[in-house]
Structure formats: structure tokens, C-alpha cells
Design a protein around this ligand. Structure first.
Ligand SMILES: Nc1ncnc2c1ncn2[C@@H]1O[C@H](COP(=O)(O)OP(=O)(O)OP(=O)(O)O)[C@@H](O)[C@H]1O
Length: 717
């Protein structure tokens, strides 16, 4: 860094200090933004649009623009400045000095005051370095207090004499700001390896493996925002989607894109994505059944079953027209059907093509007989009763949900199509013990909904979106990857995940496998290793679990080196047989629960959000303990505020979330809450890696073996 964070005051009133100059630019930019908004509000579109519909579209565009031009209080209009060595006259911009912000602002004559962070001119702000200055003389970062510009920090990238400092204080301060409320954008501090993913080509699918807190979610969200900027027209037409693991996670991230001016990105869980036709998920599968239903072999089973209704015709179709009758013999019909089966088009598309093909065969005969039929005749023949009846017999309609219902209820039907695919034991796993009467009354599970979605796609192609971001992707089954893959079959995807955080029984073992199920086997896998969330001590402690849960993965580094960020607190073990506190366990509020409440109280003395994470089974007891202690708390996904900063989080919902300070209740119970030890340890790894500033582990039972060794300072076990 070659300039102080807060520059000295000017020597004379006549020479404004650099800080004053920058403040003046901020004030002028604000005024320009207000003027842009006034112009948008004053737009009269009544004479411009030709029709009611185009007027409506225009009105919506203008409204969106007015909204996007709001000067968000507390969000700086620009956060950086680039001085190019030579004046640019390309990429739509001219000049040498550019202020980088969340949106484009121009003055009355159209000259830019602030450049959108996504514009090509802004790129060196994220990517230029002393080794590769990219034509930049000076990169300046601004510091704000509230809306007030209070500091700046310079890097003279092309000046060989300038000092090489460590990461700047402003950058560190921005990264380390305590967390309250939902996730926020990182436009001011995107790091070069992250930026490479954010600005990747729209046609390319990329998969990002990264340890907890390396910014995968942040990168995915900024990537959609970037793609919408760079390819707005195409993506506005085709649509974009962000997929997250559950609703509380989606609520946590939902404000990032609107803050970046992007209001049109749909956000959904995989379950929500595959539900259609009024179906609801009301059932659950035992793990082995769910694993099997998520297996890619189910796609082959469904394909066979969907096509199994097709019958090769034996009889001719006879179509009367006027005084004549035209006959398409059985063997000719069979040829048409075989050809349609071989063409491998969707079942429904083939069904629509079949009457046209039969009509065409009739037309050929008519022509041979000297008639000159036109398209209207072909259409009429295709719609005629004998052709319709033949199509119904040969290629019956398929209702996807009914088909899946039959597969899961009718052992013979299942056996017929599972031949060579599933063992007898596997078939037994799939069958309902008490088959439901109808699609409506069935207690469909999440895995069933995916099967129905696959069957639906076999009948009619699922429309593809332009870009899909898939977060926490390690938890998807092969069938779920297929469901996501068909929603970006002609578009691209950003796949984000961490193999060490896979906590479903079907969690993926390798990205290559996951990407092939997604239908994007050619996608590159990038790795993020720099951690922005978890303090060094804490990530080192959590990483002791890595050899047991994901042996190939490296431990993340951390930008936070706060000493004393990890505290272990052991309370005397209760006398219960499992060593754990029950709701009325012997330890009561004086034992484990009391120690947990104390740890929450201590955490609340600091700034920021507090997450109390515990095994799902412990939640009712802890909710009671907090209530008795008079500590108000929220559920995950509910927005923390200055008034209520404590959230009680079941371990099963902790994934993807973060809190300034985390109190982790009884690790052994978190592990015991899962069906097997590896999944339990992975769940624990997730819980251990949610903290931004500090983690307090409170336990009565012995810690799981990898964590039991000598701990950090503050360990009183
Ligand atoms: N370049 C950055 N500058 C500032 N903060 C960052 C940066 N990258 C990530 N962060 C912050 O680090 C935290 C973790 O990021 P994020 O949740 O995206 O990580 P993740 O890899 O998805 O984690 P997990 O695997 O736990 O879900 C967030 O608060 C995010 O805003």
C-alpha cells in the first residue's frame, strides 16, 4: 500500500485534500443519480407504445429502472477508483479515471460518473496486480462510515518504487465487518480467483469445490449478476435460477441479487423445482429406499416403463373420405412406429407426430390414385376418428405421476421393467407396503417427486433456462442432478459445493460423477481455498475431521487470524445412560443447558449475530432453556436484528449459514443424530464452520475422537 488509509488534512484551504475531492465526486454522483431517476420518472410513454401490451412492457421496464436508480442509504455509490496509464477509448468508455460502483451513473451530458462493477473497464479493479498491472497506474479503495466517505487506500500497480504491502487495511476491514442480518454482496472485495469464476464465459459450466467459507455462494450469486449484465437480452428471455438446499438458506441469500440491481432471478430448492400439477411432498423414504430412488438406474427404468405402452399395430387403419376408403396396412403402420421409436424423440412428441405420419401414408396413396390432396386434407385425415383411435391404441397417453404410482405399487409391472436393472431385493425396497388409491392421496416423498419429474421429461421436454446456479450441490442424488441438468440443457450452470459437507446418504463422491449426471461432463472443476469466514484457529480445529470425512481434501486457509476465537467448555457429565442431557436431564439448567445459556449470554456481549447450533433432537430442550433464561431467539432464516441477535439452529439446517459468533452444543449429539458416523462427523464439520469471529463448543459428553486431542487456549476439559 502506498498511501495511508486516512490521508492527512490539507495544508491550505485553497488546495482541497484528495479526500475532499473524492467526497465532491461522491456528492456530484449522488446528484447525477437523482437526476437520472427524475428523468426516468418523467418519461412519458403514452405515445411511444403501439399497443396495450407493448405499453405495459414498457411501463414495467421503466418502473424497474426507477427502482434500480434508488440511492440506497448506507450502500456507497462507489467503492473504488481505477486510474489507467493511458486514456481508454474502447469498450464503450473513454478517459483514464473510472469510479467503480454497484451501478452505472452518468452526468447530464452522458459522461460516466460511476461505472458498473461488471463492465469490462472495471475488471482490473479485481484482477490487476503488481505482476500484471493490466494498464493500471493506480487502484484506490474507499472506506465508508455509514454513508460517509472517510478513507481511501492506494496501490500504485505500475510504480516499481512503491512499497509492496500486505492486503490493505480497508480490504481487511470490509472483509471482517461483523455479520448481522442476511448475506450481503461482496462487490467491493471480490478476490482474483473468485473473479475468474464470476466473469467466466456464459456458455461454460463451471464447478467450484471449496472448503467452508471460501465464498462459493457469494461467487455463484455474483456470477448470475455478471451474466445478466453481460448477456441481459438472452438471459432475460431464457431465465436464470439459483437453487439452494432449503428455504431458510434461500431467505438468507435472497437480498444479495436485489442489492446488485437484479430482481428477476428465481430462487428455489430442488424439491420446489420438481413439484408440479398440484402434487405435494408429504412422505419420507427410509434411507436405503431414498438412495435407490435417487440412483441413475431409475432413469432407465422409467424410460422403459414410459415406452412400454407402445403397441406394434397388427390391423390396418381404414380412413373413409367421400366415396372412397383408404387403407394403411398393419405392416406399414408398424414401420412408422418403429421409426418413431428409433428416432428417440420425446414420447409426447412422437405421439403428436404419429397421426401426421399415418395421414401422410394416406396422402401418398391418394396421389398414386391421381388425386391432388393439399395440406388441409392431410390435417383432416390426421384428425379423423379412425386415425385418432389407432393412435390411442398404438401410442397411449402417459400420465407421469400415474406411471410412477404404478411402478411403486404393482410388483409385476415393476419386475417387467426392472429386469436386468434392479435386483429382487431392490424391487422390494421400492414397492409401497400399502399402495395408495390415487395420485392425489399418495404420500409422495421428495425422491418420488424427482421420479415423476423424470417421467414428465420423458413425455415432454423440460424447457431449459439460460443459466442455473446450483449451491450445496454435493448433497444431490444422481436423479436430482438429472432434474437440474434438464433445466439447463441448452444453457450453462455454476455448480458449487464441498465434498466434505455432503450429509445426505446419496451425497456425491466425486465432481466428475456429479457433472456427468448433470449432463455437463466437460465442465471444468475449480477450487477455492482461501477462507473468508472462519477464523484460522477454528478452521484448523474443524479440519481435524477431514481425514475421516473427505480424505483427499486440503484444509482451507483463513484471512482471519483472531487469537482466542475458539473456546471449548466442558461441563460435568450427566449420569444418563447415553451421556447426553435430556429435556429434564440431571444436568438441567445448571449443567449443559445452563452452560450453553451462559455461553450465549457471553457471546451477546459482543457485536454481531449469534447462532446456537445443536443436534435437532436437542432443539426443544434448548428453546425451553433460553426461554427460562429470558433470552429471545429466532429460527434459522428469520432475519436477525439489533434487538434479537440470537438464532437457535438445528444442525440439519446450519448448512450455508453463518453467524458472527457460534455456540455449538454437544458435538457428540450432533454426530449421534445421523444414521452413520461419517455423516455425523460431516454434519459436525458443517456446524463447526459457521462462525465468523468466534466459536464456543460446550459439551458434557466426550468429544468425537478427532476433536478430543489437545485443544486451544481456553480448553478447560
Ligand atoms: N471476496 C470476499 N470479500 C469479502 N467477503 C467475502 C469474500 N468472499 C466471501 N466472503 C464472505 O465470506 C463468507 C462466506 O462466504 P460463502 O457463504 O459464500 O462461503 P461458502 O464457500 O459458500 O461457504 P459454505 O461452504 O459454508 O456454504 C460470506 O460472509 C461472504 O460474504
Amino acid at each position: 500500500m502506498s498511501a495511508p488509509s486516512v490521508p492527512s488534512t490539507p495544508e491550505s484551504a485553497s488546495a482541497p485534500s484528495p479526500l475532499d475531492t473524492e467526497r465532491a465526486h461522491l456528492a456530484a454522483s449522488r446528484a447525477a443519480l437523482r437526476a437520472m431517476r427524475r428523468d426516468a420518472e418523467a418519461l412519458d410513454i403514452s405515445d411511444v407504445a403501439a399497443t396495450w401490451v407493448s405499453a405495459e412492457v414498457l411501463r414495467r421496464d421503466v418502473e424497474a429502472r426507477i427502482k434500480a436508480l434508488a440511492d440506497l442509504a448506507g450502500t456507497p455509490l462507489f467503492f473504488g477508483r481505477l486510474d489507467y496509464l493511458r486514456a481508454l477509448d474502447a469498450e464503450g468508455e473513454t478517459g483514464t479515471r473510472f469510479y467503480i460502483g454497484r451501478r452505472h451513473v452518468h452526468d447530464a451530458s452522458g459522461d460516466p460518473m460511476v461505472i458498473d462493477w461488471r463492465a469490462p473497464v472495471s475488471r482490473p479493479f479485481y484482477r490487476a496486480s503488481r505482476q500484471d498491472p493490466q494498464g493500471i497506474a493506480l487502484r484506490r479503495r474507499f472506506g465508508y462510515d455509514g454513508g460517509e466517505l472517510t478513507a481511501y487506500e492506494d496501490e500504485r500497480l505500475s510504480d516499481p518504487g512503491a512499497d509492496e504491502g500486505p492486503a490493505g487495511a480497508l480490504l481487511r476491514r470490509e472483509i471482517e465487518r461483523p455479520r448481522v442480518g442476511p448475506m450481503r454482496d461482496i462487490v467491493a472485495t471480490i478476490q482474483p480467483e473468485q473473479d475468474e469464476i464470476v466473469r467466466g464465459p456464459v456458455a461454460e459450466t463451471v464447478c467450484v469445490q471449496g472448503a467452508p467459507g471460501t465464498g462459493k455462494t457469494a461467487v455463484g450469486l455474483h456470477r448470475v449478476a455478471f451474466l445478466l449484465y453481460a448477456h441481459r437480452e438472452k438471459l432475460a428471455r431464457t431465465g436464470t435460477l439459483v437453487i439452494g438446499p432449503n428455504r431458510s438458506f434461500l431467505r438468507y441469500i435472497e437480498q444479495v441479487l436485489p442489492a446488485l440491481g437484479e430482481l428477476e432471478v428465481r430462487q428455489a430448492t430442488v424439491d420446489e423445482l420438481v413439484l408440479a400439477d398440484g402434487l405435494e411432498i408429504r412422505g419420507t423414504d427410509p434411507a436405503p429406499t431414498a438412495v435407490l430412488k435417487g440412483d441413475a438406474r431409475m432413469a432407465r427404468l422409467l424410460r422403459r416403463a414410459v415406452r412400454s405402452g407402445v403397441r406394434l399395430p397388427e390391423e390396418a387403419v381404414v380412413v373413409p373420405r367421400g366415396t372412397r376408403r383408404w387403407r394403411v396396412p398393419g405392416y406399414e403402420l408398424a414401420e412408422i412406429v418403429r421409426e418413431l421409436l428409433d428416432r428417440d424423440i420425446r414420447y409426447g412428441a412422437a405421439r403428436e407426430a404419429l397421426p401426421q405420419r399415418i395421414a401422410h401414408a394416406v396422402l401418398v396413396q391418394m396421389e398414386r390414385a391421381g388425386e391432388a390432396p393439399d395440406d388441409r386434407v392431410q390435417a383432416a385425415v390426421a384428425r379423423s376418428a379412425p386415425v385418432k383411435a389407432a393412435v390411442k391404441a398404438i401410442w397411449p397417453p402417459v400420465d407421469p405421476a400415474k406411471l410412477v404410482l404404478r411402478l411403486l405399487s404393482d410388483p409385476e409391472f415393476l419386475a417387467e421393467h426392472a429386469e436386468g436393472l434392479l435386483t429382487a431385493e431392490e424391487q422390494r425396497l421400492l414397492l409401497w407396503s400399502r399402495p395408495p388409491r390415487s395420485v392425489k392421496s399418495a404420500r409422495w416423498s421428495a425422491a418420488d417427486a424427482v421420479l415423476i419429474d423424470e417421467a414428465r421429461d420423458l413425455v415432454a421436454r423440460t424447457p431449459s433456462l439460460g443459466h442455473v446456479v446450483l449451491d450445496e450441490a454435493q448433497d444431490l442424488s444422481p436423479m436430482q442432478y438429472r432434474a437440474v441438468g434438464r433445466r439447463c440443457s441448452t444453457g450453462s450452470a455454476t455448480v458449487l459445493g464441498d465434498l466434505a459437507q455432503g450429509t445426505t446418504p446419496w451425497a456425491t463422491g466425486s465432481w466428475a460423477e456429479a457433472l456427468s449426471h448433470l449432463g455437463k461432463p466437460e465442465a471444468a472443476v475449480a477450487e477455492l481455498t482461501q477462507g473468508f469466514r472462519v477464523p484460522r484457529e477454528v478452521i484448523a480445529y474443524a479440519s481435524r475431521l477431514l481425514p475421516a470425512i473427505a480424505p483427499g481434501l486440503a484444509e482451507a486457509t483463513s484471512v482471519r487470524d483472531t487469537a482466542g476465537s475458539l473456546r471449548l467448555r466442558r461441563v460435568p457429565e450427566p449420569a444418563g445412560p447415553d451421556g447426553l442431557d435430556g429435556p429434564d436431564g440431571p444436568a438441567g439448567l445448571d449443567g449443559l443447558d445452563g452452560a450453553v445459556v451462559d455461553a450465549c449470554r457471553a457471546a451477546l456481549e459482543h457485536e454481531g449475530s449469534i447462532g446456537l447450533i445443536a443436534a435437532d433432537a436437542r432443539i426443544p430442550a434448548l428453546a425451553g432453556a433460553l426461554a427460562r433464561a429470558g433470552l429471545a431467539h429466532l429460527g434459522p432464516g428469520e432475519e436477525t436484528s439489533e434487538r434479537v441477535r440470537l438464532t437457535l439452529v438445528p444442525a440439519s439446517l446450519a448448512k450455508g449459514l453463518e453467524y458472527d459468533h457460534v455456540v455449538l452444543d454437544e458435538p457428540a449429539a450432533v454426530v449421534a443424530g445421523e444414521p452413520d458416523e461419517r455423516t455425523g462427523l460431516r454434519r459436525l464439520y458443517v456446524a463447526l464452520t459457521r462462525a465468523v469471529s468466534g466459536l464456543t463448543v460446550v459439551h458434557a459428553a466426550a468429544l468425537p475422537a478427532p476433536l478430543a486431542g489437545p485443544g486451544p487456549e481456553g480448553d478447560r476439559s
